[in-house]
Each structure stands twice: as structure tokens, then as C-alpha cells.
Design a protein around this ligand. Structure first.
Ligand code: NAD
Length: 298
């Protein structure tokens, strides 16, 4: 089986590496020379365009920043749909809006190409360890076809429904995460200001009803959660800029169906402000800095 992997960045590079480790043939393309270098070192076949990578491929996997890149790779001038044979399978793991993948699926279907959205959670650590969760939107047979490939890169493969359902699951989950992180930051900052020991406070929250991933695994207060970005200056985590993108996707999707998302809207504005202040590259848990006096932020 020949696999084409397009988008070999922080996530895609590690995912492609896991496919290579499993002994699969992987041809790849990325606009970044550094990404290409790492891929070549891991044993991948470097190609000079998405089309060149996809030419003899049975499976195409894309892991790109946003919808415009995904559309460009599938439908653009050197787009892969032009060269893929009928019966081949496309897996888009980028986090994008549900409508874009549905539009791509309509084009693919007309060409006899199978396609699914398979966004992930688990971050760069999960991508490296091959333990990602894939939220898959696909016809039942396409999900079955994708499973053996996805299982080299992930541990939990969840069939969410038809094409687009994976992206719906992803953006709802990340909207909750973005809101819950702000709630935990607010609670931790209030507790500290009122004079409670922050470890004691976190201990109570994490055995009480305030407990969530943001309080337990990725607490924004430094020194609470082992290995959390808060303990290393909010580096090497899930960038605030990417969280802002995901909150924007939730707002866009909500607007399409006229569904109010009040907390989501407020949270999006808070991440927007952080990015404007120059913190787009810091982990999104650094939102707690909005609540602290300047001396705490040094
Ligand atoms: P990244 O920016 O590190 O990687 C994206 C790669 O795509 C880059 O190497 C870039 O050069 C390449 N690229 C852009 N346009 C291209 C094109 N036209 N052709 C070929 N390559 C192109 O981003 P990432 O962190 O790997 O994230 C990828 C996707 O996964 C995003 O949609 C993101 O929201 C999602 N995601 C990221 C994380 C995370 O923790 N980083 C977690 C879950 C989901």
C-alpha cells in the first residue's frame, strides 16, 4: 500500500513517522524545508508537490493548518483529486470547519474517491506516541477501510457519524476545553488572591465537582499538574493561536445554525486579546496571566 502524507508539521511529521515505523511506504510533501528534512531522515520519500506524492497513492493523509490549505491541496492547481484513482482513500486530520470537508466529499464522491474527516486530540505528545484519538466522520465502509491505517497513529478510533461529524465533535470538545481552562484560571487566581495555598485548592477542586482536564492534567497554575506547560513558562503545549482558531470554528458553525454559544463567544474574545498582546505561541493555559498582577507573570 502506498500512502501520501501532506502536511508534515508538528503533528503530521510525527504521525508520518509512526507509519514509517510500521513499515509502510510513505511519500510526503510539505512547504517547509525543515519538515521535509525530518521526514526524509525518518525514511520517507520526499516529493515536490502534493500531486507527485499522490500519483501512485492508495491513501492520502492531510494534516494542514486550516481549511484554505486543505482546499488548496485537494482542489488547487497541483491538487491531489486530479491524479487519484477511483477507489483510493483520503483522510483529512486537520481541524477545519465541517462544511469544507462535506464540500470536498461531494467532489470526491463524483470521482469514486472515498474520503473522511479524522481530526485528532492528544497533541504532539499523543502524535509522537501513536496514542491519538481520531474522531472520524465517514460512511461505515470508509471508516472500516481507514481503521488499519489510523491504528498505527492512534489508540482511540471513534466513528462519530457521516462525513463532517468528526469535525463537529472536535470543535465542540475544544470549545468546552477553551471555556473550562478560563474557568479554572479564574478560580485558581481568585483562590490565590484570597490567600489559600494553591496546591491545597487544586487538591480540593480535583476531588470535587470543579474537576476537569484543565484543573487536573493541565492546571494553569505552575507546579500543580506534572509536566503541564505552566511549569515550563507555558511553552511546548497547545498554542493560544490554535485555540483561537478552534474557538472561531465553533462560532462560525454556531452562526450557521443560529445556535447561541455565549461562553464560547466570550472565551474566543479572551484568546483573541492574548494573541493581540503577542502571546499566540504560548500554551492556552497562559490565559491565567490575564488574572494576575504583573509581578506574578515574570
Ligand atoms: P503545523 O503548522 O506544525 O503543521 C502544518 C504543516 O502544513 C506545516 O509544516 C506547513 O508547512 C504545512 N503546509 C501548509 N500549507 C501546505 C500546503 N499547501 N502543502 C503542503 N504543506 C503545507 O501545525 P500542526 O500543529 O501540525 O497542526 C496541524 C493541524 O492539526 C491543525 O489543523 C491543528 O489545528 C490540528 N491540531 C493540532 C494539535 C497540536 O497540538 N499541535 C492538536 C490537535 C489538532
Amino acid at each position: 500500500m502506498n500512502i501520501a502524507f501532506i502536511g508534515l508539521g508538528n503533528m503530521g511529521g510525527k504521525m508520518a513517522h509512526n507509519l514509517l515505523k510500521a513499515g509502510l511506504n510513505v511519500s510526503g510533501f510539505d512547504l517547509s524545508e525543515i519538515a521535509i528534512e525530518h521526514f526524509a531522515k525518518a525514511g520517507g520519500v520526499v516529493c515536490e508537490s502534493p500531486q507527485a506524492a499522490a500519483k501512485n497513492a492508495d491513501v492520502v493523509i492531510t494534516m494542514l493548518p486550516a481549511a484554505k490549505h486543505v482546499k488548496d491541496v485537494y482542489l488547487g492547481e497541483n491538487g491531489v483529486f486530479e491524479v487519484l484513482k477511483a477507489g483510493s482513500l483520503c483522510i483529512d486530520s486537520s481541524t477545519i470547519d465541517p462544511q469544507t470537508i462535506k464540500d470536498l466529499a461531494a467532489v470526491a464522491e463524483a470521482k469514486g474517491i472515498k474520503i473522511c474527516d479524522a481530526p485528532v486530540s492528544g497533541g504532539t505528545i499523543g502524535a509522537g506516541a501513536g496514542t491519538l484519538t481520531f474522531m472520524v466522520g465517514a460512511a461505515a465502509q470508509t471508516f472500516q477501510d481507514a481503521q488499519p491505517i489510523l491504528s498505527h497513529m492512534g489508540k482511540n478510533l471513534v466513528h462519530c457519524g457521516e462525513v463532517g461529524a468528526g469535525q463537529i465533535a472536535k470543535i465542540c470538545n475544544n470549545m468546552i476545553l477553551g471555556i473550562s481552562m478560563i474557568a479554572v484560571a479564574e478560580g485558581m487566581a481568585l483562590g490565590a488572591k484570597l490567600g489559600i495555598d494553591t496546591k491545597a485548592l487544586a487538591g480540593v477542586i480535583n476531588t470535587s465537582s470543579g474537576r476537569c482536564w484543565s484543573s487536573e492534567v493541565c492546571n494553569p497554575w505552575p507546579g500543580i499538574s506534572e509536566n503541564a506547560p505552566a511549569g515550563r513558562g507555558y511553552t511546548d503545549g497547545f498554542a493560544t493561536g490554535l485555540m483561537l482558531k478552534d474557538m472561531g470554528l465553533a462560532i462560525e458553525a454556531a452562526a450557521q445554525v443560529k445556535q447561541p454559544i455565549l461562553m464560547g463567544g466570550l472565551a474566543e474574545q479572551m484568546y483573541q486579546q492574548r494573541c493581540l498582546q503577542g502571546h499566540a505561541g504560548l500554551d492556552f493555559s497562559s490565559i491565567i496571566q490575564q488574572y494576575l498582577a504583573p509581578e506574578n507573570n515574570e
